[in-house]
Design a binder for this molecule. Structure first.
Ligand SMILES: Nc1nc2c(ncn2[C@@H]2O[C@H](COP(=O)(O)OP(=O)(O)O)[C@@H](O)[C@H]2O)c(=O)[nH]1
Ligand SMILES: [Mg+2]
Length: 182
């Protein structure tokens, strides 16, 4: 049986846990050094100096999820356009452990919301740290419903898998909504 491939992005500001999530959740690891080995990744060759995280999660016999990490710094925002080609959705990570990081995440989240209609799941990392802000407080800062933010420790494979499955479910839900309209 031919496997389906779902490309998704793992984004969020610097230090929010993107590399950690891709490292721990992936069944296959790829570093930016081997991006030129496949056609699909060849287009990113010029971008590898900023270090690209990429991994593959085998969800089941019928589906592989390809995870692409985006560089966190604001000056690389333009890369979102390139990386997002063909992507079905985005996991947006937020470091919950300090307000400055959350404020930065808010700006980045607004940027993605304005430039893309892609389904986005928000996942709050570092909830285990004593300085962590609550999901409710993060939701207020971002201006989203509390239920739309999941807690995620990217060092735990099951936590990250839960977030990716939630994103896949959201993608399917939004696809069926748009099919109902068109
Ligand atoms: N305690 C704790 N540490 C975390 C969590 N998520 C990420 N980290 C740590 O935060 C640091 C930054 O993570 P990294 O994946 O490099 O962030 P990136 O810049 O978004 O790629 C690393 O030292 C991680 O181990 C979490 O949920 N809990
Ligand atoms: Mg990183």
């Amino acid at each position: 049986m031919k496997k389906e491939i779902a490309k998704i992005l793992i984004t969020g500001p610097f230090n929010s846990g993107k590399s950690t999530l891709i490292e721990f959740v992936s069944d296959e690891q790829h570093t930016s050094n081997d991006v030129e080995t496949t056609d699909e990744l060849a287009q990113f060759k010029a971008l590898t100096t900023v270090s690209l995280d990429f991994g593959v999660l085998h969800v089941d016999d019928t589906l592989d999820v390809h995870l692409f990490g985006t560089p966190g710094q604001a000056r690389f925002n333009f890369m979102w356009q390139t990386l997002s080609k063909g992507a079905l959705g985005t996991v947006f990570l937020i470091d919950s452990s300090n307000q400055r990081a959350i404020d930065e995440a808010k700006q980045m989240y607004q940027f993605y919301r304005e430039t893309s209609t892609m389904p986005i799941i928000i996942a709050a990392t570092k909830q285990d740290l004593s300085s962590a802000q609550s999901l409710a407080s993060i939701a207020t800062t971002l201006g989203v419903a509390e239920e739309s933010i999941l807690s995620c420790n990217p060092c735990l494979k099951d936590d990250s898998k839960k977030v990716i499955i939630a994103l896949l479910e959201l993608i399917i839900k939004e696809e069926s909504v748009s099919e109902a309209f068109f």
